[in-house]
Design a protein around this ligand. Structure first.
Ligand code: SF4
Ligand code: SF4
Length: 325
């Protein structure tokens, strides 16, 4: 009986709610897939919950659709999470190109513990550190976490999953993914079961999967931080935010290509780092030196790699250096 479940669920202790979240397999839906029951049991005092309604990356629009189509559920889920954290303040941040979602959330909200902030549409606005700085003017320390500055950041799609688990008893067995890109015949947001072969989705949306591996790059996730998919038989997983297809660039990325010191990577880095230094450390075989240049502050947004004049795969270099530092 669903109505009974509702009543019982609302009265549960925070501990019990976290158990339900754990048992229903809820993880961060923004891509990182961090276990939600761990995130919402922080070992340090928290005063603010930030909900990320900024799309993580260009092309992805799944969070936007959820805010528009499941507005009530997101507001209800936010109240559940405030109750779990036992705090009085949630901020839902939405980019200004999604004003209709912002207005709908504001119109349907009746809880003064929830605030809404419209922020400029600019990648990587959805990164945790950027949001915390922008909304609260707090700096997450190098190598630290949002909880170090009293904040938990979650994604609106995760809130929807929490609502479904607590109120409906529904485990995380499906998610919204954005499908788009070159020659896509049916671009859009699709509700798909976790485990669906990506090949099936590509065949449905692109009409064929035959030639898609030749001359194209298939990204699982977004354009900037998504991973290049090598095998389209791979399944949709909980962190799959999208499937985006691009034409291969004429010049392949190469870790050994020389940096021409143009400085463009440093100009675009949102963390004000010097990405060319990481390239130099890697090519001189001194990756540990990257620590001195705050490599751990890199949020792996991909802006430097996107703009790099020499087409150097800076993000994969950074990932390797982080492991060695
Ligand atoms: S990926 Fe590049 S641009 Fe983004 S934070 Fe790291 S160094 Fe800066
Ligand atoms: S953008 Fe590329 S080539 Fe230019 S300074 Fe940075 S790493 Fe070097």
């Amino acid at each position: 009986d669903n109505s009974n479940w509702n009543k019982t669920a609302e009265d549960l202790s925070a501990e019990k709610k976290l158990d339900i979240i754990k048992d229903n397999g809820i993880v961060g839906m923004g891509g990182a897939a961090f276990p939600t029951h761990v995130k919402f049991k922080p070992p340090k005092p928290i005063d603010t919950l930030i909900l990320n309604g900024c799309e993580c990356e260009p092309y992805l629009t799944g969070d936007y659709r959820i805010m528009l189509e499941n507005t009530k559920e997101i507001l209800h889920g936010t109240r559940i999470l405030l109750n779990i954290l036992n705090i009085q303040k949630a901020i839902i941040a939405i980019e200004d190109n999604k004003k209709d979602a912002y207005e709908k959330l504001v119109a349907e909200n009746s809880d003064n513990k929830i605030e809404f902030v419209l922020i400029k549409t600019k990648y990587p606005q959805g990164a945790e550190r950027m949001l915390i700085k922008k909304l609260l003017n707090r700096e997450v320390p190098i190598g630290g976490l949002p909880l170090d500055v009293g904040v938990v950041v979650s994604n609106v799609s995760t809130v929807f999953a929490v609502y479904n688990a607590i109120i409906n008893g529904t485990p995380l067995i499906e998610r919204i993914i954005t499908v788009s890109g070159k020659n896509c015949k049916k671009p859009g947001n699709y509700r798909v079961k976790i485990g669906t072969p990506i090949k099936n989705i590509i065949e449905h949306c692109f009409g064929t999967s035959e030639s898609i591996n030749k001359g194209y790059v298939i990204k699982m996730g977004g354009q900037m931080m998504g991973i290049n998919l090598q095998n389209i038989e791979a399944p949709v997983i909980k962190g799959t935010t999208g499937i985006i297809v691009f034409e291969k660039t004429e010049i392949e990325f190469d870790k050994d290509r020389k940096c021409i010191k143009c400085g463009r990577c440093a100009e675009v880095c949102p963390m004000e780092l010097y990405p060319m230094q990481y390239v130099l450390n890697f090519q001189l075989n001194t990756p540990q030196e990257a620590k001195k240049h705050d490599v751990k502050s890199c949020i792996e947004c991909g802006c430097c790699e996107y703009i790099c004049s020499s087409k150097i795969p800076i993000v994969s270099i950074v990932k390797q250096e982080k492991e060695l530092c």
